[in-house]
Design a protein around this ligand. Structure first.
Ligand code: MN
Length: 500
């Protein structure tokens, strides 16, 4: 899906050193953009948009970026010095993510041959600071990447920002469908949907469960049969499950119907995420957990109990990490395991965990579930891969949104013979005592969007683009330091709002 997007590269210059200089700047920029595209490290194509030499040209370039749906962000670079006031009007207009690439055409100084002309032409060290001052003075968030354009480390930082910018574009028309309302009386998973659309682009709509039931009842036997056959092909299962007429078979059959119905409705409405509420499940004969598991791995965001913010974040997480190796999922903090410095949190849900994070082939099983609808219920059972990752959530603090990110380490779980659900077991960084305390002090949810592949840098880029607060809990977190950060942020965001 990154193929549909492009990032624009705009080079700042001016006419002080004559047209010849600009011709060289232009040629160098073109070579650099080609080099970036040929590196094979960038998920989104970079399109060179030429040099901008005046306020009019800057403004025209940025307005065009705003109006082009394919353009998900702009990279700027100053080859020579670029008078910073000429960026003011363009930066005022720009509403796409901005990356300032502090690089240079030549890698090393040509010590023996460099003369004043060469130095004047290659003065990014000077021009990028002038530009940077203007962006800072205008309080515009952007990512600053420093490094030679042929250097893999610099390219990888651009790649991270590109994935985030693409996910940001994806969320600007994100429809989240809610089947049923919020679970009664919950707070942290609720929030201001109007503000969420203004700030993050999320549009949250209610969808009557009756509408979903129309789709459910309309699913044909032939379609259901084909999907059930896919299940048996794709997942380990007991051979007894394949016997038509048994209760277990019927539950798998009806789960397939639920999956087809949900997918059709989501496709027809253009929704990218959805929530369910186990108190409001219409004519379903069981919680559609298997459907939610499978739809998540296709990229539909999911949030349980009406949690639309997490549903949206799960979609964003999936979108950012497309093609990456280890996967992502909706998860819920369920049960603690106190075990000294290996103390951990069992991450599970009733059923709804994405099979992308499974350590081995998921197993299709049918067991009784008494929550919501008391019934035998189909589900995919697995434990997660070991390894580090990030758990993220967005909470609504009443006056703003806060992104909370915790680095976690998934460790091997013991068998849970009486709990046949998907699960993960993780140690929050720096350890359970500090990690969980900091998360609770920050007001974090019990639901998270988890990814093995996304590092804190992705989330930092995302929070900058969204313009929302971010707090990180990692190996360096201390409770006293974290409390100070929360208090400082409280003042900063209040003042920031007052000054706008
Ligand atoms: Mn829950």
């Amino acid at each position: 899906m990154f193929d549909n997007y492009e990032v624009w590269f705009v080079t700042g210059a001016q006419l002080l050193y004559g047209g010849d200089a600009v011709v060289k700047v232009d040629a160098h920029s073109g070579a650099m953009v080609k080099g970036l595209n040929d590196s094979g490290r960038l998920p989104v194509k970079v399109v060179y948009k030429g040099t901008v030499n005046s306020s009019k040209e800057v403004t025209a370039a940025f307005k065009a970026a705003n109006n082009d749906d394919k353009c998900i962000g702009v990279i700027t670079w100053m080859h020579t010095f670029s008078p910073a006031k000429m960026w003011i009007h363009g930066l005022q207009a720009l509403n796409k993510p901005l990356l300032h690439f502090h690089t240079q055409f030549n890698s090393e100084i040509p010590w023996d041959t460099m003369d004043m002309d060469f130095m004047n032409l290659n003065q990014s060290a000077h021009g990028d600071r002038k530009f940077g001052h203007m962006v800072t003075r205008m309080r515009k968030n952007r990512k600053v990447v420093v490094g030679h354009w042929q250097d893999a480390a610099a390219q990888d930082k651009i790649a991270i920002w590109m994935r985030v910018a693409a996910a940001w574009a994806d969320s600007q028309d994100m429809l989240i469908l809610r089947f049923g309302d919020q679970m009664n009386n919950v707070a942290v998973t609720d929030g201001d949907k109007v503000a969420a659309e203004q700030v993050m682009g999320y549009h949250v709509d209610y969808c009557p469960v009756n509408d979903l039931m129309k789709y459910y009842h309309a699913v044909s036997d032939a379609d259901t049969k084909a999907l059930v056959a896919d299940y048996f092909k794709e997942y380990d299962h007991s051979p007894a499950l394949e016997t038509p007429g048994t209760e277990a078979y019927t539950k798998v059959w009806n789960s397939a119907k639920a999956e087809i119905a949900l997918r059709r409705l989501l496709k027809e409405t253009g929704a990218k995420a959805f929530t369910t509420n186990f108190n409001d499940l219409g004519d379903f004969d069981q919680i559609p957990g298997l459907a939610s598991q499978r739809l998540m791995s296709e990229g539909y965001g999911f949030g349980a109990e009406g949690d639309w913010k997490t549903a949206a974040l799960v979609r964003t997480t999936w979108f950012m990490s497309q093609g990456m190796p280890k996967g992502c999922s909706f998860l819920e903090d369920y049960t603690l395991n106190f075990d000294g410095d290996r103390s951990a949190i069992l991450q599970a849900h009733m059923l709804e965990i994405c099979p992308m994070i499974a350590a081995t082939k998921p197993r299709l099983e049918v067991h009784r579930l008494s929550i919501g609808i008391d019934s035998e219920t189909a589900r995919l059972v697995f434990t997660s891969k070991p390894g580090t990752g990030t758990a993220a959530t967005v909470v609504d603090l009443g006056n703003r949104f806060r992104l909370i990110v915790n680095k976690v380490e998934c460790i091997e779980s013991k068998p849970l013979p009486k709990l046949p659900v998907a699960s993960a077991l993780w140690i929050p960084m720096p350890n359970l005592e500090v990690g969980a305390a900091a998360w609770i002090l920050a007001g974090g949810t019990h639901h998270t969007s988890f990814s093995y592949d996304l590092t804190v840098e992705y989330w930092e880029d995302w929070a900058d683009i969204a313009g929302i607060e971010m707090v990180v809990i990692d190996e360096d977190t201390t409770i006293s330091g974290f409390k100070k950060e929360l208090r400082c942020n409280e003042v900063y965001y209040m003042l920031n709002k007052a000054l706008q």
